[in-house]
Design a protein around this ligand. Structure first.
Ligand SMILES: [Zn+2]
Ligand SMILES: [Zn+2]
Length: 256
């Protein structure tokens, strides 16, 4: 079984009911949080999710709305529970992740990365596969957003969840995600505000048509995109199942 929970479906723009980006994948012994923007730590508690036992954090890129709650969560593990965390944590991200974490440590004190539980940092390389646990692998693909931005594919027991992170339109992304069980895609802006580094609903529809996922789940909504007919614009290009994710939406995938 594989469970996806969209913990935070918002963006850099404050948005009622949506905190910034963060998504939890649970499978086997792995509890992987992908991105950790502002509000994610609080939202995990809101949703009754056991934040204490997350095993991995994977960052897609270094925009603040995807990373600023990493220190909050690290301190929660050290100071927000008794006894403090002792289990190891792995933080994964593209090249530059160690520099970003060292930057946080520079702000909050070097103790941020020496909190009494082992923290390992792995800078993932596109094309490679990282084993997260028994029968669970993480892969990444470079995507057009910032220089370091990647999309992630989490694979477990024949199931596959792909998360675009933030991205612009990209043909390779559709091919790479092809046939996945869930494609969690950003849907940032309406057509009238389209830019090369984010997706519009129509571009999400085109991505869905290329990838043909079991479920196309949309996230990362800037407020203006919520004023348009997202479902209609996506559905004009992609005939499969579309979900407009909310904070706390959960999907369970069963092994085939
Ligand atoms: Zn973002
Ligand atoms: Zn971004």
């Amino acid at each position: 079984m594989m469970r996806l929970t969209t913990v935070g479906t918002g963006t850099a723009a404050p948005s009622r009911g949506r905190v910034q980006s963060g998504h939890l994948v649970e499978c086997g012994t792995v509890r992987l949080l992908m991105d950790c923007g502002s509000g994610i730590t609080t939202r995990l508690a809101d949703l009754g999710i056991a934040w204490q036992t997350i095993t991995h954090i994977a960052l897609t890129h270094f925009h603040a709305d995807h990373i600023v709650d990493v220190p909050t969560l690290l301190y929660a593990w050290r100071y927000g529970q008794l006894p403090p965390r002792s289990e190891p944590l792995q933080i994964i991200g593209p090249a530059g992740t160690l520099r970003i974490l060292s930057g946080f440590a520079g702000v909050f004190g070097q103790g941020l990365l020496t909190l009494g539980f082992p923290i390992s940092v792995h800078e993932i390389v596109p094309g490679g596969a990282l084993a997260l646990g028994t029968n669970t692998h993480l892969r990444c693909l470079k995507v057009p957003h910032t220089d370091e931005s990647v999309a992630y594919s989490v694979e477990h027991a024949g199931l596959r969840i792909v998360y675009t992170g933030d991205t612009g339109p990209d043909q390779a992304l559709g091919e790479w995600a092809n046939g996945c069980d869930v494609l969690l895609a950003e849907c940032s802006l309406p057509e009238s505000m389209a830019i090369a580094t984010h997706l519009t609903p129509a571009q999400c529809g085109a991505l869905g048509a290329a990838a043909n996922p079991g479920v196309l789940a949309l996230t990362h909504f800037y407020p203006p995109v919520e004023a348009v007919d997202i479902r209609g614009e996506v559905g004009a290009l992609f005939g499969g199942t579309v979900v407009l994710a909310t904070d706390g939406w959960t999907l369970d995938l069963e092994e085939r």
